[in-house]
Write a protein that binds this ligand. Structure first.
Ligand code: IMP
Length: 181
């Protein structure tokens, strides 16, 4: 697996530092409020796990699962809910936690969906941001690490289901894509 890496774009240390800063900010912003973190599966679980351990106020959490790109590296623009959250978010402050915002279609859809359930607020938080790829006007509410328009894996992000377990955010050698045909 390590042979497939072309370049490390974001190190595990940078990601840990990000989680610390954002976790501290969230703890300040939501003090005294009912906060629910909603992790977006599958990729969002790694950042969610790091982030929630940096949050120092009581926090509930749940997961939502949406369709991924499959083996393709470009967005279809189609967002399908595979697993919904189980908890009632009425009157609660919701923070959606995702690995990466790319076109913004996924997060826009999720924000709209959860906003229909009468929460007190819905905000967005991602570890990574590819602003050059944005198709819809969407605001990510917390600091994210900006990366160039390259397909990346690791820290929860996959290619064809693999590489989510890489601790750093990396690009893959062109050989990997060539082998997939
Ligand atoms: P968006 O809807 O285009 O913003 O894309 C959101 C999701 O697409 C991300 O949360 C990822 O799961 C996936 N995605 C976008 N870019 C990449 C990438 O470079 N590598 C792996 N997955 C990606």
């Amino acid at each position: 697996m390590l042979n497939d890496i072309e370049e490390v774009l974001v190190t595990r240390e940078e990601l840990q530092q990000l989680a610390k800063r954002v976790g501290k900010q969230i703890s300040e912003d939501y003090r005294g409020k009912d906060l629910v973190l909603v992790g977006v599966l599958k990729g969002g679980f790694v950042y969610l796990a790091d982030l929630m351990r940096e949050i120092t106020i009581p926090v509930d959490m749940d997961f939502i699962s949406v369709s991924s790109y499959g083996a393709s590296t470009s967005s279809s623009g189609v967002v399908r809910i595979i697993k919904d959250i189980d908890i009632d978010i009425t009157g609660k402050h919701v923070l959606i936690v995702e690995d990466l915002v790319d076109t913004g279609l996924t997060l826009r859809h999720l924000k709209e969906l959860l906003s229909t359930r009468n929460p007190a607020s819905v905000k967005l938080c991602t570890a990574l941001d590819k602003p050059s790829r944005r198709k819809v006007d969407i605001e990510v509410d917390y600091e994210a690490i900006v990366i160039p328009d390259k397909f990346v894996v690791g820290y929860g992000l996959d290619y064809a289901g693999l590489y989510r377990n890489l601790p750093d955010v990396c690009t893959l050698s062109p050989r990997v894509y060539a082998n997939k045909g």
